[in-house]
Design a protein around this ligand. Structure first.
Ligand SMILES: [Zn+2]
Ligand SMILES: [Zn+2]
Length: 730
């Protein structure tokens, strides 16, 4: 405890350094939340320790407010270690924790609006987004800024909805809503099978004994992993500890919520990016005050101010959405394990297709593997086979009297017909949005490229325009080539093109398209899931958005249109990710009483990824893949740090990169490679260059990178992004 008058160092959220000195006006513990002024702006910080600036007394400002809550010492250690690991400055790590506006001030008095669903007005896409924003917040009243942020609509849309009385004013934002303490109960209505029970008991023992441990709950889709970690959650929760269940946003489905409710008596507190400011604030304070002891959330839930955290569960641990790539690169799974290690608590990782990193930690004996091998309730694994496209070339078909290249082979079409005849559902998986990815001149070879990003424009039939998948810019499809006036044609295949082919080959079927641009919110996904469950859809055509988390008992055929897509990325994880994706997709078929089958269209059925999937042999596939990585010193056997340098002027970017190259230190064991032009050289008008730092697993590369970057002064118009263990090499 520091007494009033003590000079302390305060780590300030959102200020990228290690803190400033201030004078305490009342006594405070280490870790206590305080308000200080930085450049005359009030900011939230925490008391980090004794001051060490040696500034004269009269230069040191007073702390303006001391709050009653604090972070634990272990969380402060976590902030410091996370900063060392990710090279995100400590103040920016604290910002991830203090991630609600005006954390300790009463909220601003803003007018609130309710959604009036009785008002019948024409449902546009924007209005639907507003309706979805409300339903993702239990139809709570919202401020205008909430509506705009969550639904991602303009002020004009909101104004028009207020005018036509779909949005009704209901007063102003109340000060603090009081959060009642949330009590879950054990409904005790789930009987685990013997495999589940023994896994649950192993984890239960770790919870009881305390201390850091990591358990990999390794089970095929449908093997009942969720009930095992629910059991673990209950054991920790009923012992009075807090529990964090992390999952990808896409897995926060209504099906999951109802399973949770069925187990614990009520729906969980859910934390994700689309909550109102008031709701975020409520949950944040509820967790800080220990009133909310269990939260289901996306990666940012890790940064809630947890009190007495006793267990972290990370579902779909291999999922790439745990990797944050916009503002400070970190991997939420790895940072969760770091947090657990410092606090001395168990972690449960769940996956049907664990990442190579996790499997290697199992091999090293650091993580304990708990296998679930049978499908719960006796459902069968689907039968997975390839269709060799060299022998089964898809036939062309005709639309509006023009010949179109087909993408569905005869064996796949036959399987669809049989499935339709049996009254079952099919899913066609194609991991590409839009209609056609390439628009090209037949005469001179010109292709349509985004003017701000160096990527091709994809034609989207639904909006009738070409769209840049990098920045969202749209462009009219040119009638003729802008360079030579020749005819332009569209090449390649996206899911809209598959839908066109399906409608020609199976004229009366009911199709649904599923991709991130069409299914833009969890609510729109739920509506679709409902339609599929009600049997209103015969053929689902989609990207990986439907690849996880849903049970469709009547879905018995999965066709992968292009299993080769993704196998030839330049990224060393391409095979692993393709395998995970196809494996997940295959897991959709035959989860009910009917057996399912999966057909993979490919030009190279002998490829090891595909033979492994057909054999259902994940382990030998991963072994082969990891062997290759070991030879190449790639993660998890080696370490990589990417340094991405971006500039709006090519000349200054080039000059800075050259200076950095000249300053590359001589290193033992490790090396710094580059600069190279990034694969996508330009995004939103920023030019991009990359360095790659590589070293053995045991090397401590972070200090090397930070001291190297410090040797060259960074110009003002340059951005430097550091990505430790990068997933993305574009
Ligand atoms: Zn041309
Ligand atoms: Zn673009």
């Amino acid at each position: 405890m520091f007494n009033a008058g003590t000079i302390v160092k305060v780590l300030v959220a959102n200020i990228p350094n290690a803190g400033y000195d201030y004078r305490l006006t009342e006594s405070a513990d280490i870790g206590t939340f305080v308000r200080v002024n930085v450049m005359n702006r009030p900011c939230v910080g925490i008391v980090w320790g004794l001051g060490d600036s040696n500034l004269p007394e009269n230069k040191i400002k007073n702390i303006s407010a001391v709050f009653s809550s604090r972070l634990n010492i272990s969380d402060m250690q976590w902030i410091a270690r996370m900063s060392e690991w990710t090279l995100i400055p400590m103040g920016m790590v604290l910002r991830l924790i203090v991630n609600i506006p005006d954390a300790f001030c009463p909220p601003r008095m803003e007018p609130l609006y309710e959604y009036n669903s009785d008002m019948s007005c024409r449902m546009t896409q924007n209005r639907q987004a507003v309706a979805d924003a409300y339903s993702s917040n239990d139809n709570d009243a919202m401020t205008i800024s909430d509506i705009q942020n969550i639904a991602r609509v303009s002020a004009a849309v909101v104004r028009s909805m207020i005018k036509n009385e779909t949005l009704v004013p209901v007063g102003v934002q109340p000060k603090n809503r009081d959060v009642p303490e949330l009590i879950y109960r054990d409904c005790g209505n789930i009987v685990l099978n013997s495999q589940q029970q023994s896994a649950a008991d192993v984890i239960g023992a770790s919870i009881e004994n305390g201390g850091f441990s990591v358990h990999l709950l390794d089970g095929i889709t449908g093997s009942g992993k969720t009930q095992v970690y629910f059991d673990s959650a209950w054991r920790a929760y009923s012992a009075g500890r807090s529990v964090l269940l992390m999952m990808p946003e896409i897995a926060l489905t209504a099906q999951f919520m109802s399973r949770f409710k069925n187990r614990f008596g009520q729906v969980p507190v859910v934390w994700h990016s689309n909550l109102t400011a008031a709701r975020r604030r409520e949950i944040w304070h509820g967790v800080l005050d220990g009133k909310i002891k269990m939260v289901v959330g996306t990666r940012s839930a890790l940064f809630l101010p947890w009190q007495d955290l006793g267990l972290i569960v990370i579902d779909e641990e291999h999922d790439t959405s745990y990797k944050q790539e916009d503002m400070g690169n970190y991997h939420a799974r790895d940072m969760a394990i770091l947090r657990a290690k410092i606090s001395g608590i168990p972690v449960v990782l769940a996956s049907a297709t664990p990442s190579a990193e996790t499997l290697e930690n199992v091999n090293l004996g650091k993580y304990k593997q708990l296998k679930l091998t049978s499908r719960y309730g006796g459902a069968q694994l689907p039968d997975i086979t390839t269709i060799d496209l060299r022998e089964n070339r898809p036939e062309s078909y005709t639309v509006d009297e023009t010949q179109q290249t087909g993408f569905l082979s005869q064996p796949l079409c036959d399987a669809i017909s049989e499935t339709l005849a049996a009254g079952h559902q099919s899913m066609l998986f194609i991991n590409r949005r839009g209609f056609a990815p390439i628009t090209q001149c037949k005469k001179c070879g010109w292709t349509a490229v985004c003017s701000e990003c160096s990527v091709g424009m994809t034609y989207h039939k639904r909006i009738g325009k070409m769209l840049c998948h990098m920045c969202g810019r749209t462009m009219q499809m040119p009638k003729t080539c802008p360079d030579c006036g020749g005819d332009v044609s569209m090449r390649g295949v996206g899911l809209e093109k598959i839908e066109q082919e399906v409608k020609i080959r199976f004229p009366n079927v009911r199709t649904a398209l599923v991709s991130s641009d069409i299914i833009s919110s969890r609510q729109s996904l739920e509506r679709l899931v409902n339609k599929i469950e009600q049997g209103e859809i015969d053929i689902i055509i989609g990207t990986q958005i439907l690849a996880k988390g849903h049970h469709f008992p009547n879905l018995t055929l999965v066709g992968v249109v292009d299993a080769d897509m993704g196998l030839f990325g330049t990224d060393f994880r391409a095979a692993e990710h393709t395998f995970q994706q196809l494996f997940q997709v295959s897991g959709r078929a035959g989860r009910g009483e009917y057996a399912g089958r999966v057909l993979l269209q490919t030009y190279q059925p002998e490829h090891p990824v595909l033979t492994a999937i057909c054999a259902g042999d994940r382990d030998s596939f991963m072994q082969t893949d990891m062997m290759g990585r070991k030879m190449a010193n790639m993660p998890p056997y080696g370490q990589l740090i990417a340094v991405i340098i971006e500039g709006q002027r090519e000349s200054s970017l080039q000059a800075y990169c050259n200076a950095l190259r000249d300053a590359i230190p001589n290193l033992k064991g490790a090396k710094i490679m580059g600069p190279i032009t990034a694969q996508i050289y330009q995004i939103r008008n920023w030019y991009r260059m990359r360095f790659l730092v590589a070293g053995p697993r045991t090397a401590n590369l972070q200090p090397v990178v930070s001291s190297w970057l410090k040797t060259v002064k960074q110009p003002v118009n340059i951005r430097v992004k550091i990505d430790v263990n990068p997933m993305n090499f574009m």
